[in-house]
Design a protein. Structure first.
Length: 150
């Protein structure tokens, strides 16, 4: 369930320890630490340290990919939207970008000396579940993951 566009939102939840939030960031490199800081501020009191570390690492990888490999980072005014959800089963994170006509998310097994290419490999390794989706009739793509509470 997604709220309408607007400010960060905490859904009405029977347990105040859980919630749902979202925020848009500019399609630029500075949005990677900004998204990580925003998520840490929301989740640090809700998650065990190991779970929080995994969520922040994977979020950073997805925002980096959105900025580096989609039109969000290639065109003026590009945006990246991050959705965070925390419920009794775990944390759900979804990163939506402006899509790309030349690339699609794919897991690549990196060589030990590769400088990059580990983003989705790490997501596949650490997340409980993950996937991608295109937005019918709209430009854009989402990559999501779920990490179970520990």
């Amino acid at each position: 369930m997604r709220p309408e566009r607007g400010n960060a939102h905490e859904a009405d939840a029977p347990d105040a320890r859980h919630g749902f939030w979202w925020r848009e960031f500019p399609g630029e490199e500075a949005s990677v630490p900004a998204a990580r800081s925003w998520a840490r501020g929301l989740l640090a009191i809700r998650l065990a340290p190991g779970t929080l570390d995994d969520v922040l690492l994977l979020l950073s990888e997805l925002v980096t990919n959105a900025v580096a490999h989609s039109d969000s980072g290639r065109t003026a005014g590009g945006r990246v939207t991050v959705h965070l959800g925390d419920d009794p089963g775990g944390v759900h994170v979804e990163v939506t970008d402006d899509g790309s006509a030349t690339s699609a998310p794919a897991v690549h097994v990196p060589d030990a000396d590769d400088d990059g290419g580990r983003g989705l490999w790490l997501v596949a390794l650490l997340a409980t579940a993950w996937g991608t989706s295109r937005h019918d009739g709209e430009a854009g793509r989402s990559v999501w993951f779920r990490v179970a509470h520990r």
